[in-house]
Write a new protein. Sequence first.
Length: 349
Amino acid sequence: MRENKDDVQVLAPNLNRRLSGVTTTVLRLIPVQARKIHIRATGLGLPENVPHISLWRVSVLPRNRWRVWHARRNNEMVLGLVFTKLLRRKFKLLFTSAAQRNHKPFTKRLISKMDALVATSPQAASFLDHPATVIMHGIDTVVFHPAPDRMALRAQMKMPSGFLIGCFGRIRPQKGQDLLVQAALELLPSRPDVHIVFAGLTTKEFEPFQADLEAKLVEAGLADRVTFLGELPWADVVKLYQTLDLFVAPARREGFGLTPIEAMACGTPAVACHEVGAFDAQIKEGVTGRLIEKDNTRALTTALSGLIDDRAGTQNMREAARAHVEKDFSIQREADALIDTYEALLTNE
């Protein structure tokens, strides 16, 4: 039987062609949610394996039922308002906010027009002037899992032996890679088997930032032990998580920040900063990793030295890290919580 796309209950727009955290969230959630509710993505750059319909089709959906329009960006809120106010579509408008800062007046005005709000952390909710349901992100623990043989995978990926630290994300000051490089300059000379790999896109604007970091490493004789891999295919990023002994997220500012839970799902302990993203909720101090003061090179260096030098203790965190993510940060938990929100909106017509 051919699917009737007019029966769609929830629309999740993606109005950004570039792969970003928001886009990744949409692409991961839709297939999981589609098992329980008739949800479709719409917009730009959507792969065939993600259930979706065209924006044109959205604009002519019949007005025979209410639907939820789940926006995650300003332009998606605007388009939702266009559909409801100008085209008279019967959409309930939902907005998810990850921002942990005061919203600009235009954003506040858009938010005030939504029918319901979701925040990805208690901190994000505190910056909204309206009630919000807190639903933290989750990840697919089938995709992110420990490698059967971590060292064999490391050899396959031509990663160095010894103690391997990873830091993934776009290369820019916001992500704090300079803090980890500064820690490396102090720690690595006396710990010859420690290596660090950075993975992530460097846009033209931030090429001088990366070049400065690389110059410092060359001057210190550490360029062969701290490597910038650039942007990698997604499958390789998942494998890289699985090869690590430790993951570091030294970001100064973050919306939610998925990387520590992706790492922990792969059995890799994580280090991240207090009061950044949702890191305080993600990491269990001393059990699945370490939480440190943000923008503090000394705190990062001290935490890393303890984890590097107590390798048995760090190794013991691996199983706890995986179990923690399975319990509290699975994508199924996030999908179900959002479906409850959708159904509440559709019930209260």
